[in-house]
Design a protein around this ligand. Structure first.
Ligand code: AWU
Length: 406
């Protein structure tokens, strides 16, 4: 709603620490600021410093507010900026995130925004905001089917009993076990689903990075089971220029990557990336390397540097054997730029929701390799939705762009 139709409102925006959340939250903040409203975008200093540059005309409407993450001995120095953490360290990161409660409460007490837009992890936030008279919305930037809670692993391997429409979207048993393993075993004792349940119960509206054109059933179900308005925002396909993480020496990086892509045949390269939170086990990692080697196709593999776990060694002689045909990239990659290059012809993805949207917006065939959280569901939803039609590439592009009226 444009501000001139109503008075301008002030929204505090508080995403989870991974860039798969931060980027869509920042995109949404820009759309809202564009309508004449004021934003306080809150995250840790390192994440704020790495945000893509704001468009000059919005910089006065979007305040970037830094809130230092409490230091936890078990966490590497810049854990939230790189997400190069795994297993128990993710639990420690969520404990550190919970340690932001006092600082965020002070920010809200001082600035008194009209609304706060928050993410799945801040289970403690709704009562704090309600106590200050601040209205609350939860921005669900994962697939709508990822938010339906269950109570034990086996419940996850079939669609929930309250789903009345035909679907095969459910977890594999190993994915369901991961969810429970990430829950009771972790330091804070909260599983992601516990956090999700608390933030949904505590909000007055759910904004969803989704659109009825992609699939209406889960969105409608969300409203029915949570008895709250669900506002689909569309799939929010980002613009390349709005996506570039700053101060990572981007221009030189992109130039070197582009030169290699330019040397490959059109549509020949498989782009391989597992988002900002996934750390494969050493065995999974080696299997992925052998798979790429045996495929015989050119590839660009974004390889997560892992801290605090077993060394992730590539099979001996791997890089020599694939030299010239495959690139192993060991730091943050300009993903959107790479996906936009004409030499890329396929995307092997962990099925993080942002990566799926980005793969679909360029009409790339997706090779789905889900690992955790909602990724298994995202994989099944995409397969269920985009393989039905004859020309799924065109349909995928159309759905993504129609979703936000692009
Ligand atoms: C939403 C949810 O949060 C997490 O997202 P995660 O960061 O892992 O993955 P994406 O959602 O693809 O988001 C990753 C984002 O980082 C960008 N990127 C990543 C790596 C890189 O080297 N360069 C980049 O530009 C990428 O373009 C995308 O925008 C969980 O997985 C969850 O499953 C997912 O649905």
């Amino acid at each position: 709603m444009a501000a001139e139709d109503h008075q301008s409102v002030h929204l505090a925006v508080f995403p989870w620490l991974a860039f798969g959340h931060i980027i869509p939250y920042l995109e949404l903040s820009k759309h809202i600021a564009q309508k004449g409203h004021r934003i306080s975008f809150i995250s840790t200093p390192r994440n704020i410093d790495r945000l893509p540059k704001l468009p000059p005309h919005l910089s006065s409407s979007i305040a970037l507010v830094k809130i230092p993450l409490p230091t936890i001995a078990e966490l590497p120095e810049n854990a939230e900026a790189t997400m190069d953490i795994h297993g128990a360290q993710m639990d420690h990161l969520k404990t550190a995130f919970d340690g932001l409660e006092a600082g965020l409460t002070r920010i809200l007490e001082d600035s008194r925004p009209d609304w706060i837009l928050y993410d799945f992890a801040a289970h403690w936030l709704p009562p704090v905001a309600a106590g200050l008279g601040i209205s609350r919305a939860f921005f669900l930037n994962i697939n709508a089917c990822g938010s339906n809670d269950r109570t034990k692993p086996e419940d996850f391997t079939v669609p929930p009993k309250w789903v009345k429409f035909e679907t095969k979207v459910a977890y594999r048993r190993y994915e369901a076990d991961w969810i429970f393993g990430a829950g009771p075993g972790n330091k804070t004792g909260f599983s992601d689903f516990y956090r999700l349940g608390k933030v949904i119960v505590g909000c007055e509206a759910i904004l969803a990075r989704h659109c009825y054109e992609f699939e209406p059933a889960w969105l409608t179900l969300l409203e029915e089971i949570h008895h709250r308005p669900v506002i689909p925002l569309g799939l929010m396909p980002p613009k390349v220029q709005d996506h570039t993480i700053t101060n990572d020496g981007n221009h030189e990086i992109w130039t070197s990557i582009k030169n290699w892509l330019d040397s490959q045949n059109k549509g020949s390269v498989v782009y391989v990336a597992l988002g900002s939170e996934v750390t494969p086990t050493p065995d999974q990692f080696v299997e992925l390397a052998y798979g790429l080697e045996l495929s015989g196709v050119p590839f660009f593999w974004v390889l997560r540097k892992v801290s605090g776990s077993d060394p992730m060694e590539l099979p001996s002689g791997f890089e020599e054997r694939v030299s010239g045909r495959g690139i192993v990239w060991r730091s943050w990659a300009p993903q959107l730029e790479i996906l936009s290059h004409e030499s890329v012809g396929g995307f092997l993805t962990h099925c993080g929701w942002s990566s799926i949207v980005e793969g679909l917006m360029f009409g790339h065939p997706l090779i789905t390799l889900p690992f955790l959280v909602d990724q298994g569901l995202n994989s099944r939803v995409v397969v269920e939705k985009t393989t039905r039609s004859r020309n799924s590439k065109k349909r995928a592009r159309r759905i993504v762009h129609k979703g936000l009226g692009y």
